[in-house]
Ligand binder design. Structure first.
Ligand SMILES: CC(C)(COP(=O)(O)OP(=O)(O)OC[C@H]1O[C@@H](n2cnc3c(N)ncnc32)[C@H](O)[C@@H]1OP(=O)(O)O)[C@@H](O)C(=O)NCCC(=O)NCCS
Length: 173
């Protein structure tokens, strides 16, 4: 896993087990995580990081830790994961930002860096983002990155919209 990206305000780097502590308040926030079946407890965050490390090994990529350069703190995660939608594999971009750091454009800044690097590093035919229709903050990030709604699917028993950008349709690059 070699992705290490820098933006004006952020460093995006591979996640490690040492990031669990910082990710507990990100993934465990009951309000921010209201579109998930439940906020993550510590064991779920440990499993999330372990799964990310497995993805680095099996897929060569996975979610990155978002480090705020100003404070050096890990304030979230963002990046690509391999996701199957209705039996077909895609590169999905996802994002989580700690509640007290939301609303500053960090998810959009991190997502833009991941989007741009994904085209170069992975050359997928399309990028997708899987978002519940109710999750306005998340689809606002997708829209700001140039994704558009493509089709509907069901994940974990919940309706999701598949947002997409096609290669060659990289309007916002
Ligand atoms: C989705 C999330 C990562 C956005 O993080 P963020 O750093 O606050 O996002 P940004 O500041 O980059 O905002 C991006 C866009 O979302 C909009 N937005 C952010 N929070 C919003 C809210 N609560 N309500 C409505 N719009 C919101 C912003 O106005 C902006 O839109 P614009 O470009 O049209 O102005 C954050 O809300 C989060 O971590 N949510 C919980 C985890 C989650 O649901 N992840 C996605 C799973 S699919």
């Amino acid at each position: 896993m070699t992705w290490e990206l820098e933006t004006d305000r952020l460093v995006l780097r591979p996640m490690g087990r040492g990031d669990v502590e910082a990710l507990v308040p990100v993934l465990g926030d009951p309000s921010a995580m209201r579109f998930y079946p439940r906020p993550f407890d510590r064991a779920m965050v440990e499993a999330w990081v372990a799964r990310t490390l497995e993805r680095y090994a099996s897929d060569g990529y996975g979610l990155l830790a978002i480090v705020e350069r100003g404070t050096g703190e890990v304030i979230g995660d963002c990046g690509p994961t391999r996701q199957e939608v209705d039996g077909e594999p895609f590169v999905e971009l996802g994002w989580h930002v700690r509640a007290d750091r939301q609303g500053h454009g960090f998810a959009t800044e991190a997502g833009a860096a991941c989007r741009d690097h994904a085209w170069t590093a992975l050359a997928p035919p399309r990028l997708i983002s899987l978002v519940r229709p109710e999750n306005v903050p998340s689809w606002s990030v997708a829209r700001a990155l140039g994704f558009r709604p493509w089709r509907a699917t069901v994940r974990a028993g919940m309706a999701h919209v598949v947002w997409t950008i096609e290669a060659g349709d990289e309007v916002s690059r």
